[in-house]
Ligand binder design. Structure first.
Ligand code: GRF
Length: 625
């Protein structure tokens, strides 16, 4: 796999040299004619310079890199002859604007540039000096695609530099050292793009797949179990079991697996894929017990001094009465929450109002209401306060978290009705500074707990927190992103500043989350779930859905869950167009998520919720109020 890169530089050339040396140190290119192993993919660098005296030409000579001196007015002719050979064009201090005519010659290979500011601020020349003279608190480095307009193409990555205490020289030095580590890495990621498999078929996985699809570092997206509403985002892999999926993933060169739901994680999908060297975003089987067993989670919390509600484990009906009696004494006669130990599709929690009710619910659990999942239960103290969901990423060393999100579990407005998978969410949660401090304090404790356990997984940890008067208490752990919280949270990731989900996942795999600075839009985001009547017990299916395109036009994102493509052309092998021309029908309880951030976001989401029509549509009207 040989890649060819043409670097355009006509100045000092320190970036050029840093790039070449980075690839040389990784055994991916040769300098001074030194050969590299045949097995390694090879990157061949060449230099193009339009200034005869430029120091970069000397650097090229010393490094043994082929260079071309080309006068700018003959550049088009030169590039026309060279065309077709290169995978990537890299501007590194070329100090020229490439006119459209030249960009057309270079296409379709991407052209990228590095600029020493946080674009769109300080476009053009002397960016560092201008930022310094203006006295900005922070500036930085931007890598972006090149268009005919000065420093205006889509941003690939951006890194900040604080200016405090730095002289102009100091600032320049800091910026250049960031450039020298950032640019080569980005070039590597653009040359060796990832093949990603997203596992799962709900709105959460639709949102994750849609984000990954936008990444500059994606080669190809594969989907396992996608519903008809988003299967057109990638190539679908049918599979019999996880080993079969692994085999097919390997055949397709997949190098990353992103697991949406908890079940496969609890069943050990991460362990199976990790063994073959595939980077998995999802916890291993052992740590999946944080979600798969409430008792396991409670023990973890107790061991690490993480605050949680008081509880009692009951493992047989014969223990129940004594346990309830003891619980009553310990908790001032307040009835307990009943929780199944294992996974029960989000239904294994019951909140009785009296002890009699608690007893009969506990009995039904122990008698097998949720099969093996409720053969052990816990009686848990009922806490009051503000509930928030915190989604964190863990790479074995560093914990990085999204802002707190608020979700709506009950079916009906004002938190009435049955518990559901989630009827909507908004983020960030509207919480007080004191509560934010509680969250941050908790996250520090969690990070050291995970560290002290030497947890070696790369994945997601979701903390369901109750922010009580005195402190944050953990209600539950999940080992995956919350649905619908993550649909809302991903909308907050600021991709205009280069906050890229796939890049975050890549860094997780490399245990470099400490370098990730999650950039969020300074705004609110809303997600409303449209469901089917009869949900959660017995949702109606087969109702024809209309209005999706209008909702999209109103600026909403639509992520699909319980839908099926029932179009007449379904028989045709190539039918992938769930949206435009086909007949989408309901096929489950939660049908889709509508998401919007920014100005008037809530109004827009609710307008779209009205626009989309199908028989039996239900949704809550009070999300984010
Ligand atoms: C860098 O600051 C880069 O951001 C800008 O030009 C400068 C080139 O420096 N586009 P060098 O020639 O790589 O030393």
């Amino acid at each position: 796999m040989t890649k060819k890169v043409l670097v355009f530089a006509s100045g000092n050339g320190s970036n050029f040299e840093a790039i070449v040396k980075y690839f040389y140190n990784k055994g991916l290119t040769c300098i001074n004619g030194k050969t590299i192993s045949d097995a390694a993919p090879q990157v061949i660098f060449e230099l193009l310079c339009d200034k005869k005296e430029a120091y970069v030409l000397k650097r090229a000579k010393n490094l043994g890199i082929r260079s071309f001196y080309v006068k700018f007015d003959t550049l088009a002719d030169f590039l026309t002859q060279q065309k077709g050979d290169y995978d990537l064009f890299v501007l590194a201090g070329f100090m020229r604007i490439l006119p459209e005519k030249i960009l057309k010659i270079l296409a379709p290979a991407p052209v990228i540039n590095i600029h020493p500011s946080l674009l769109p601020k300080f476009k053009g020349k002397d960016a560092i000096e201008r930022a310094f003279r203006e006295g900005v608190k922070k500036t930085g480095v931007t890598v972006h695609y090149v268009t005919k307009n000065v420093d205006s193409g889509k941003i690939i990555e951006q890194r900040e530099v604080q200016t405090a205490g730095l002289s102009l020289d100091g600032l320049e030095a800091r910026i250049h050292s960031i450039e020298h580590s950032m640019y080569p890495e980005i070039i590597e990621k653009l040359l060796f793009k990832r093949r990603v498999l997203v596992f799962g078929g709900g709105a959460r996985e639709n949102a994750i797949a849609a984000k990954i699809k936008k990444s500059p570092y994606l080669d190809k997206l594969f989907l396992a179990g996608a519903n008809d509403g988003f299967k057109n985002l990638g190539e679908n892999i049918e599979f019999i079991d996880y080993n079969d999926l692994l085999k097919k993933a390997l055949t397709n060169g997949v190098d990353m697996l992103v697991v949406g739901p908890e079940n496969p994680l609890c069943e050990g999908i991460a362990d199976i894929f990790n063994k073959e060297g595939i980077n998995v975003i999802g916890v291993n089987k052992y740590w999946a017990q944080l979600e798969g067993s409430k008792i396991f989670a409670k023990k973890f919390m107790q061991k690490h001094g993480i605050k949680t509600a008081d509880y009692k484990v009951v493992t047989a009906e014969s223990e129940l009465l004594a346990a309830l009696k003891d619980f009553k004494k310990r908790n001032n006669n307040a009835p307990p929450v009943i929780k199944a130990d294992g996974l029960a599709l989000g239904k294994g929690v019951s909140v009785p109002d009296t002890f009699d009710e608690a007893e009969s619910i506990a009995k039904s659990f122990l008698e097998g209401k949720f099969g093996k999942a409720s053969s052990r239960i816990i009686l848990e103290e009922r806490l009051s306060g503000v509930e928030v969901s915190i989604m964190s990423l863990w790479d074995g060393d560093t914990l990085v978290s999204f802002p707190p999100a608020s979700d709506y579990k009950r079916l009906l407005d004002d938190n009435r009705g049955e518990n559901t998978g989630g009827m909507g969410a908004y983020a960030p949660s509207k919480i007080l500074i004191k509560q934010k401090k509680q969250v941050n304090k908790y996250l520090k404790v969690l990070q050291s707990a995970l560290k002290s356990e030497k947890t070696d997984f790369t994945g997601v940890l979701y903390s369901g927190l109750m922010l009580a008067k005195d402190d944050a208490y953990v209600l539950e752990y999940n080992v995956r992103f919350g649905d619908p919280e993550i649909q809302a949270l991903l909308e907050l990731l600021d991709d205009t500043k280069g906050a890229d989900l796939l890049d975050i996942f890549i860094k997780m795999g490399e245990k470099r989350l400490n370098e990730v600075d999650l950039k969020f839009k300074r705004t609110g985001t809303y997600c409303v779930t449209l469901a089917s009547s009869g949900y959660p017990e017995n949702p109606e299916k087969g109702a024809q859905i209309s209005g999706i395109n209008s909702a999209l036009k109103q600026g909403c994102k639509v992520y699909f869950a319980g839908v099926k493509n029932d179009c007449l052309c379904q028989a045709a092998e190539n039918c992938t167009s769930a949206l435009a021309s086909c007949n989408l029908v309901t096929n489950g309880g939660r049908v889709l998520s509508l998401v919007k951030s920014g100005k008037n976001a809530r109004d827009i989401v609710y307008r779209a919720a009205e626009t989309i029509k199908y028989k039996g549509k239900i949704f809550r009207k009070d999300i984010g109020l």
